[in-house]
Design a protein around this ligand. Structure first.
Ligand SMILES: Nc1ncnc2c1ncn2[C@@H]1O[C@H](COP(=O)(O)OP(=O)(O)O)[C@@H](O)[C@H]1O
Ligand SMILES: [Mg+2]
Length: 257
């Protein structure tokens, strides 16, 4: 499929810790089309963040192929943004300056761009606030606005709502969907929250415990997966839980030996 915006083939990744090689990702194959919303769900430590960082160009890979827009990834670039679990806003800058940080635009263009995204994430009235004056949910929205302000083709989100309470989290999930629909940005979101993966993903990539392998890629019905009490939603949930418990049972067997 030549029209993939992200193309990963036979990616393997190891980290060396204390001169011992640790296998992190094993034979990852994944193609993502422009405008898709893909979620990646897996146990903690299975290599989800590493995979996102490799796509973004923040972590190197030795084995396999990783391409963005048909070009081998060799480092970070403006076409691919990343939002982390902790918002990483600079505490000494106002929200508007955090969002425009690094943008190479005239002052007018910057103000326009920042205003647009502040409005989109519902923070118009907080342009002049400092990060410490915002709640967790608001800071995370600011981080998303910052990610979008570069107009990236791809936005990678690493457990962006992990630190939020359940209700704010659901609210943010709705918002990120509506942003994605408006902007058409390709989004890849990593989570260990199964419901979040189902609700947001056009496709859900289910990973095994470390070394992370792709167990399945589930294509969801957009209409059904946006309804948390639909029978289809329950079916997706059951399927993913079953995959997760397969790994847990493996662990138990290992521990019992
Ligand atoms: N820079 C690094 N050096 C060595 N080991 C690392 C490094 N980054 C991550 N790891 C290890 O790789 C594994 C996967 O980490 P990570 O990708 O953060 O998992 P996840 O995001 O799924 O929780 C973990 O065992 C972690 O300790
Ligand atoms: Mg992680």
């Amino acid at each position: 499929m030549s029209d993939s915006i992200i193309n990963i083939e036979h990616l393997n990744k190891t980290f060396e810790v204390d001169k011992t090689k640790m296998e992190i990702l094993r034979d990852i194959n994944l193609k993502i089309s422009p405008g898709e919303f893909v979620t990646i769900v897996g146990h903690s430590g299975c290599g989800k963040s590493t995979l996102l960082k490799i796509i973004c160009g923040l972590v190197s890979y030795e084995d396999g192929k990783v391409e963005r827009s048909g070009k081998a990834v060799s480092g970070p670039g403006p076409s691919c943004g990343m939002v982390f679990q902790e918002h990483r806003l600079l505490p000494w800058l106002k929200i508007k300056d955090n969002i425009s940080f690094g943008l190479k635009l005239s002052k007018e263009e910057k103000d326009k761009r920042v205003g647009h995204y502040l409005e989109m994430v519902g923070l118009k009235d907080f342009a002049n606030s400092y990060p410490a004056q915002l709640s967790g949910g608001m800071s995370q929205r600011a981080a998303i606005a910052r990610g979008l302000a570069n107009n990236p083709e791809i936005l990678l989100l690493d457990e962006p709502f992990g630190a939020l309470d359940a209700l704010t989290r659901i609210q943010m999930q709705k918002e990120i969907l509506s942003i994605q629909e408006k902007e058409g940005t390709t989004m890849v979101l990593v989570t260990h929250d199964i419901d979040e993966a189902i609700y947001l993903g056009d496709r859900i990539v289910v990973m095994s415990a470390r070394p992370g392998e792709i167990k399945d890629i589930i294509k969801t019905d957009r209409y059904a997966s946006r309804r948390r009490n639909s029978p289809e939603f329950a079916n997706y949930r059951k399927k993913i839980y079953d995959y997760f418990f397969e790994d847990v049972q493996d662990y138990e067997i290992e521990y019992n030996i």
